[in-house]
Write a protein that binds this ligand. Structure first.
Ligand code: NAD
Length: 351
């Protein structure tokens, strides 16, 4: 039997403790959490104890972990402004990299990542977990039959706390509200809505018009993002995201095509995760019981994403969500910001 992949974690905060940990526990035959790095000792201890990581393999400086720990791959789950530097250092250390979204905060940073990954020949992937939920997986099997897409919509609205600001006592809130840390509604929240609807549209975006602004909250990053995207096949998509609007009828994406439509409800019980429309049958709830119980419980899609990623690493095959996909998502975000300041449609940049 093959030895488990030795995994080092860079960042042991909320998403790791709540969600990634569930995936690693489900994959103990394939992957072993071997080393950890975090600047907050309590987070190191919490996650270290969860996976019985020896004390000498718990680091407050991720560079020391890269230098001294025997690891094959790292996951990066830190504030956005750190991703480019940490991915580059990990690639230079010769380990595979699984990065939480977004790839980076700007395309300039993303270019440095692409260059480091290419130069060092290491596998690299970004967590686009929503496309691994049961609802999205089932939706993707319907796309061929539905034909050419012409219209997409995606919505993710919510209210952040009234005192949500860069000096919020909860670190996960504070960095999300900080421009210097790479926060903001579009890059943190709408990020998922963009790649989800683009996956259903099956055509890259070529132009973006948008308003990405701070309307309500006392923060130096955007709290609302409205995008109008034109795809290469001529189709149009709108994406709406907000941190200053209550989340009614929110967290879904839909795609309309020549033979019918799909609507996926994110982070939902599978019983109402996917609906399909055809002229013959009207709107119908699709049965997702073909997914096993573990997958049905995987509302964020992380467990399936990590399963496919570690299986691909073990088999030395292509990883899901390559750099180019994450780059395209970031290019849409950067174009939306530029469209706001220049008040015109912006052409999408390729790596
Ligand atoms: N895919 C999803 O659905 C999803 C959901 C939530 C968060 N995320 C992503 O996960 C990442 C982390 O988010 P979070 O909610 O866990 O934030 P968090 O603030 O809870 O955790 C971040 C962790 O990084 C640590 N950290 C900060 N600086 C560091 C450094 N220099 N070296 C090592 N560790 C350092 C912090 O101490 C903290 O433990 C972000 O990229 C975020 O966008 C993704």
């Amino acid at each position: 039997m093959k030895k488990p992949i030795r995994l080092g974690l860079i960042g042991c905060g909320g998403i790791v403790q709540i969600t990634h940990a569930r995936a690693y526990r489900a994959l103990t035959d394939t992957v072993q959490v071997t080393a950890l790095a975090d600047v907050v000792p309590e987070n190191l201890q919490k996650v270290g104890d969860l996976f019985n990581v020896p004390t000498e393999n718990r680091y407050t400086d991720y560079r020391e972990m890269l230098e001294h720990a025997a690891i094959d791959v790292v996951t990066i789950a830190t504030p956005h402004s750190l991703h480019a530097e940490q991915v580059t250092e990990a690639a230079n250390a010769g380990v595979a990299v699984i990065s939480e979204k977004p790839m980076a905060t700007t395309l300039e940073e993303a270019d440095t990542i692409m260059e480091a990954v290419r130069r060092n020949g290491v596998p690299y992937t970004v967590v686009h977990n929503y496309i691994f939920t049961a609802g999205m997986r089932a939706a993707m099997t319907e796309l061929d039959a539905l034909g050419e897409s012409h219209f997409g919509r995606s919505i993710g609205m919510g209210l952040k706390p009234a005192d949500f600001s860069a000096d919020h006592p909860t670190p996960a809130f504070a960095w999300r509200a900080s421009k210097a840390k790479g926060g903001g509604c579009i890059i943190d929240t709408s990020y998922h809505e963009i790649y989800s609807v683009c996956t259903l549209m099956r055509s890259p975006v070529r132009y973006v018009e948008a308003r990405v602004q701070t309307l309500r909250l006392d923060i130096d990053v955007d709290d609302i993002a409205m995008l109008l995207c034109e795809h290469e096949n001529g189709g149009i998509t709108t994406v709406s995201g907000a941190w200053c609007v209550p989340g009614t009828d929110s967290g879904w994406c839909e795609m309309h095509a020549e033979n019918g439509s799909l609507r996926v409800q994110h982070r939902h019980n599978v019983a109402n995760a996917l609906r399909r429309f055809t002229r013959a049958d009207g709107w119908q709830q699709l049965d997702l019981t073909g997914f096993d119980e573990a997958e049905q419980q995987d509302a964020s899609g992380h467990v399936r994403y990590f399963t496919e990623t570690f299986n691909a690493l073990a088999a030395d095959t292509v990883l899901p969500v390559p750099a180019e996909k994450a780059y395209h998502n970031l290019a849409i975000i950067e174009a939306a910001r530029k469209a706001t300041t220049e008040r015109r449609a912006i052409e999408i940049q390729s790596p």
